[in-house]
Design a binder for this molecule. Structure first.
Ligand code: UAH
Length: 394
């Protein structure tokens, strides 16, 4: 029995996730590994399920944005190397050590405090693995200073409680046609690596590529890439989608079922604000999904859905828990499946299309779908797992 009652759900095709990892495996040099980025609950797909599938498909490690996300993965039994890409407060170091989670550092004072704190522990703790983050042109976390980088490398190499595991940077514009910025970031990264080797340090794991850079510049893969959006079958930008350097398979669909159908006998208005008037003869179908699920209210009177393989318009305002459609052709009945994101027959509503309509990027669309929506996982078309926070199932 399915562990939820709701007639709205996200379907994740785990075979697609695996196929995307395999595509990058073929696209990258042999020696380059794949770190699957499953932050933000796997970009809305489910971090545990997406992470497991990525690892089974050939990824060798996982990355998240914050320590709490890493703890979820460890507590679910994932044993692969896990890296926290963002900031970790010093008062949480013991948790990172206990659960064997790699952290990111970018300031000598943080590294010194981490060393001092862990060195005091009795009995001596196992070493905490650290990746140093350098800012080569993103302007968010990361050091821009070679003296700071050398000071951190020195502290890590002489500490018994810290271990220098990696060094990385993050690109701001790798998805754009103009490669000036990404090239200059890569040059800057190489200068920082050279400063380390010139000072006698042996480089640990080196990584700089996100999905876009891995697609465009597979030769910059170094020891590993950090594969985020394209793990889920999405291109980092419309430009890269058009180029088709790699062929990706989208993993996520958003589905629901009609909860009410009415044919207008006389004109009536639809939803809050009465922004749409149904004319006599029009068929209006209600759907049990709304903006409180992460289905944007900005799709009011603008978005589309798929019903019986045809595109149908969203009419009136998207409410907190309900959305209405106009069914122009054919019959509609309570219980009919409706696709909000994904494919039905020959028709598709891609996350790229929805993002363009909302004036945002495809990344944001699955990330918005929140805990109220159950996730259904398929492999070989069969349902293999569920996740639903309201049912206490991860
Ligand atoms: C530091 C860092 C990120 O914040 C995100 C990613 C993954 O990016 P894509 O989703 O564009 O692949 C990697 N690294």
């Amino acid at each position: 029995m399915k562990p939820f009652c709701r007639d709205t759900w996200v379907e994740v095709d785990l075979d697609a996730i695996r196929a995307n990892v395999e595509t990058f495996r073929r696209h990258l040099p042999r020696q380059t590994g794949i770190m699957a980025v499953v932050k933000a609950d796997g970009y809305g797909h489910g971090a545990v399920q997406a992470g497991r599938e990525a690892l089974a498909g050939g990824a060798d490690s996982l990355a998240v944005a914050m320590l709490d996300e890493a703890l979820v993965l460890r507590k679910a039994g994932i044993e692969a190397p896990l890296l926290v890409l963002g900031y970790t407060p010093l008062d949480s170091l013991a948790e990172a050590v206990r659960w064997d989670i790699q952290l990111t550092a970018y300031h000598p004072e943080w590294v010194q405090s981490a060393h001092a704190q862990l060195a005091e522990r009795k009995p001596a703790s196992k070493p905490l693995e650290i990746h140093l983050k350098v800012d080569t042109g993103m302007g968010r976390i990361g050091t821009q200073s070679i003296p700071e980088l050398l000071a951190m490398a020195d502290r890590l190499n002489t500490s018994a409680v810290l271990r220098w595991k990696g060094i990385f940077t993050h690109f701001a514009c790798a998805d754009e046609e103009d490669t000036t910025h990404v090239q200059s970031q890569h040059d800057c990264f190489q200068e920082m690596l050279q400063a380390l080797t010139a000072a006698g340090y042996e480089l640990p794991q080196v990584h700089c590529c996100n999905s876009a850079a891995a697609i465009r510049f597979p030769e910059w893969g170094y020891d590993t890439i950090r594969l985020g959006i394209s793990l889920y079958g999405l291109y980092p930008s419309p430009y890269l989608k058009e180029r088709q350097d790699v062929s990706l398979v989208p993993a996520l669909q958003l589905k629901t079922r009609i909860s009410h159908v009415k044919r207008a006998a006389k004109p009536f208005t639809v939803s809050y604000g009465a922004t749409y008037t149904a004319s006599p003869g029009e068929v209006v179908a209600s759907l049990p999904i709304g903006y409180a699920d992460g289905f944007s209210r900005s799709l009011s009177n603008r978005g589309f859905a798929l019903h019986n393989g045809r595109r149908v318009a969203i009419i009136g305002r998207v409410c907190m828990d309900q959305t209405m459609l106009r069914i122009d052709e054919g019959n509609a009945s309570v219980g009919d499946e409706v696709i909000l994101y994904g494919r039905q027959g020959e028709e598709e509503i891609s996350l790229d299309e929805v993002a363009a309509l909302l004036g945002t990027i495809n990344y944001e669309i699955p990330c918005m779908l929140n805990y109220r929506i159950p996730r259904v996982y398929r492999k070989n078309r069969e349902i293999v797992d569920y996740a639903h926070a309201l049912a206490g199932k991860r």
